[in-house]
Design a protein around this ligand. Structure first.
Ligand code: ATP
Length: 320
């Protein structure tokens, strides 16, 4: 399959600080790829190398089959980009600003249809394009940023924390836009702190920590190795015995057992397979059992935990 984005051994240093360590990333054409990681992990740096506003220290980058350093304006027209920190010219109205972008970043000769799409998107997102941009709220400015990225239906969307400032309803609308883009064959690279966003839209995900990928693969596979919360009520046993038995189940953590006269209520997390737990519980008189959906957030936080213990201090470690 063709890659919409491919980096090999992408390395970026800022002075002494290593922002990206030999990063290998591959975004399949027509897929949604989620990039998650804590502050300072290197998400923005990665994205900026793809649009050639940052030059790599070493390694190779291919975007839509081209080297961003050679592709120039022709390549950039094929990309829609939402920067992490959006700066928009404030005096112009949304309409004027988007008309300008449609001329410079749309397909040549396609500005009128690009602008029609911009107005459709503005209706969907509920932003007034007649007002000067500087008078818009943060969330509404962000919508202008989204519109300029999507309106020319680019082959590749690079979206750096695109939902920051959007209310929950608009976040949902945005996720719908991403799904529609994928259905239309566009490729999407999306960074986010909001893990549910990645869960709901991405085909593949990479977890970035201190400039390295600490986990990657299909979102579904990442969930398999993830953590679920379980709650059990067993009748008529003593809490200490139940606790001792449960502690031996592989992957059990954060175990709490409280007893009443009639039953024992247990709450725990379990990482990985739940079969050993189910087998154990079969020996008891189980009144209630709830197993929550795997929580990507909890899994990822554990990964961050592992990663930061191997590179102590995270972002600050590179100063040393
Ligand atoms: P956030 O979620 O906070 O936006 P991020 O994952 O996008 O973080 P980057 O902005 O890519 O992270 O930063 C990666 C690392 O590079 C950090 O350690 C950051 O301090 C450093 N960095 C980024 N830009 C510069 C710069 N211009 N000069 C020096 N260091 C920089």
């Amino acid at each position: 399959m063709t890659a919409a984005v491919e980096t090999r051994a992408l390395h970026k240093t800022y002075g002494q600080r290593v922002a990206l360590h030999e990063l290998d990333l591959r975004v399949q054409e027509g897929s949604v790829f989620g990039l998650i990681g804590p502050n300072g992990a290197g998400k923005t740096t990665t994205m900026r190398t793809l649009i050639d506003t940052i030059r790599p220290s070493s390694g190779t980058v291919r975007v839509l089959g081209e080297d961003p350093r050679q592709g120039g304006a022709a390549l950039r027209r094929r990309i829609g980009y939402v920067p992490g920190e959006l700066h928009l010219e404030g005096r112009a109205s949304g309409h004027r600003l988007l008309s300008f972008y449609a001329e410079v970043s749309g397909r040549p000769g396609d500005a009128a249809s690009t602008l029609r799409t911009a107005h459709d998107l503005a209706d969907r997102l509920g932003v007034d394009l007649n007002r000067p941009v500087r008078t818009l709220s943060k969330g509404n400015k962000q919508k202008i940023g989204l519109i300029q990225a999507f309106m020319h239906r680019p082959e590749l969307l690079i979206l750096d924390e695109p939902t920051s400032g959007l209310d929950p309803l608009m976040q949902r609308e945005f996720l719908q836009l991403v799904r529609e883009a994928r259905a239309a064959g566009q490729s999407v690279l999306l960074s986010s702190h909001v893990l549910s966003e990645i869960q709901q839209t991405a085909d593949e995900v990479a977890v970035l920590s201190a400039g390295r990928i600490v986990a990657d693969g299909p979102v579904a596979a990442l969930r398999l190795g993830s953590v679920r919360r379980v709650r059990v009520i067993v009748e008529g046993t003593d809490a200490a015995a139940a606790r001792a038995a449960l502690e031996r189940v592989p992957g059990i953590d954060a175990l709490e057992a409280t007893a009443t006269a009639a039953d024992v209520q247990v709450s725990a997390t379990i990482e990985g397979a739940i079969d050993p737990l189910v087998k154990l519980l079969a020996q008891y008189d189980v009144r209630e059992l709830t197993v929550e959906e795997p929580d990507l957030e909890e899994s990822v936080l554990r990964l961050y935990g592992d990663a930061s213990s191997s590179t102590p201090g995270g972002e600050e470690a590179d100063h040393a």
